[in-house]
Design a protein around this ligand. Structure first.
Ligand SMILES: [Zn+2]
Length: 479
């Protein structure tokens, strides 16, 4: 460890010598730039993009060298204590080289090593100080980049895009492995975060509520199907046991936001400035727990009221009654209209003009007047249909559907209160996930996919910095 500087006349000290070498690299770069600029200015076939590429390439060695120098100095000044228990290390030795990839290229750091008598393990305290994981040959910035691109696109593409944009070369298999590992870290982080959110608050919620303007909390829930490969290769064995292999799994999705966080951009585009997202393959139970925690984080505990908007799926309303018993429930208006359309098609068949002339005013009545009025007209229609026909069967089923959801179709009152009547935001959330997770030819294992979904949600919820502390805090939902 070097704390005091030895004068150059007596051979100099390693940190100063390292900084001098770095200065030489910087000077070499500074000297090469004028020539680079001159050849760019003189080349009629080069635009600024050519210069940007060249300058970035030339500066790369300086950045790599600076990173290596800094990492070495940090390693040299890390006290020889166990990073787990704090005990002083014994049997210490120095100069243990470790080479790993950073975002500027490969660097080598020589670290000290010692034995912790309390943990009974050999330790390299510098590795902890630098944030190097136990096994991966990468600096912390690289896995963070791998994780992000892997949540946005298939790994083969992600590997190419990453190299094009940053120069970091991560082969497809390595990128896949790194993204999964980070996904598993994200899941390990989610558990305590959710537990913390659902634990009773240390303060009195009633006192806090007084200081806030009352707001409504909106929850939207949906699910979509994904192909999976959990049973790959086991088809024959399963069939012998009389079971059909599952070829699809549900991704349960929810979004949560405060009504007063809904607004419009200057251009008139509707936006929600702050919102939480949940997407999980851990079944309805997983969704119930994660959505509840997310809603609490977004202010459920202090909300004046809660409104749940979803389609007609039975499991959604069961979940709502179980976890959010005080919440008002609303059937997505557009799903209700689809059910009106089913009636229309059963009655009018291929006659498009009649179908439209019937549907439009009814859909308007449902939206601006009352569900009771619409149901009465459906019942009148049912009365007039000949018994035993398929049309009668369809309309009878739909009349039941409307009766079942009657209390969830208060669209007029909802609009008056400025509340959404459709589940557009959660459907948009599903679509965005589907772009990544539901591409043709892709099959996923449940474990791999839950890890990636967890990463994707960590990003969307603006909590990326909790997993990667070097990344500045920001919220993608605000953009
Ligand atoms: Zn220890």
């Amino acid at each position: 460890m070097q704390n005091t500087c030895v004068p150059a006349s007596r051979g100099g000290c390693p940190p100063c010598a390292a900084l001098q070498t770095l200065t030489v690299t910087a000077a070499r770069l500074a000297a090469s730039l004028p020539q680079c600029i001159a050849s760019f200015v003189g080349a009629s076939d080069q635009n600024l993009g050519h210069l940007e590429t060249q300058v970035a390439q030339q500066a790369q060695e300086l950045l790599r060298h600076a990173t290596e120098t800094a990492a070495q100095q940090k390693a040299d000044t890390t006290p020889p204590r166990c990073p787990v228990c704090g005990q002083s290390l014994s049997r210490g030795s120095t100069g243990h080289a470790r080479t790993f990839e950073t975002r500027f290229g490969s660097i080598t750091v020589r670290r000290g090593r010692g034995y912790c008598k309390r943990c009974r393990k050999w330790r390299c305290p510098a590795d902890t100080a630098l944030g190097l994981e136990e096994t991966a040959g990468y600096s912390p910035a690289v896995p963070a980049m791998a994780a992000l691109v892997a949540t946005k696109m298939p790994v083969a593409e992600a590997s190419l895009v990453l190299e094009r944009l940053t120069g970091v070369k991560l082969p497809r298999a390595t990128l896949d492995r790194e993204a999964r590992r980070q996904g598993e870290r994200a899941q390990a982080l989610r558990r305590p975060l959710d537990a913390q959110a659902t634990a009773p608050p240390p303060w009195e919620p009633a006192q806090l509520a007084l200081s806030l303007a009352p707001y409504q909390m909106i929850l939207q829930i949906d699910a979509w199907n994904i192909r999976a490969r959990d049973d790959w290769g086991a088809t024959a064995a399963l069939r012998r046991k009389g079971q059909e292999p599952a070829r699809g799994h549900w991704v349960y999705t929810g979004t949560v936001f405060r009504l007063d966080h809904r607004g419009r951009t200057a251009g008139g585009r509707p936006v929600i400035t702050e919102r939480g997202f949940v997407a999980t393959r851990q079944g309805i139970d997983g969704l119930r727990q994660q959505l509840h925690a997310e809603a609490l984080r977004r202010g459920l505990g202090q909300a004046a009221g809660v409104l749940i908007i979803a389609d007609g799926a039975v499991w959604i309303w069961r979940l709502a009654e179980d976890r959010f018993p005080q919440a008002r429930q609303r059937l997505d208006y557009y799903h209700a209209v689809q059910h009106l359309a089913v009636v229309g098609r059963a009655v009018f068949g291929e006659d498009q003009a009649q179908f439209r002339a019937w549907l439009k005013p009814l859909a308007q009545q449902l939206k601006n007047e009352s569900a009771v009025k619409v149901i009465r007209q459906l019942e009148d229609l049912l009365q007039r249909l000949p018994a035993g026909t398929s049309a009668e069967e369809v309309v009878a089923r739909e009349v039941n559907y409307f009766h079942e959801h009657e209390a969830r179709m208060d669209y007029r009152a909802g609009q008056r209160r400025g509340e959404p009547i459709g589940s557009g935001p959660v459907e948009a959330t599903c679509r965005q996930s589907q772009c990544r997770f539901k591409r043709t030819g892709q099959f996923w294992s449940q474990r791999g996919e839950e890890a990636l979904l967890c990463l994707a949600m960590l990003w969307r919820n603006g909590r990326w910095h909790l997993l990667f502390p070097h990344v500045p805090h920001f919220d993608p939902a605000r953009n």
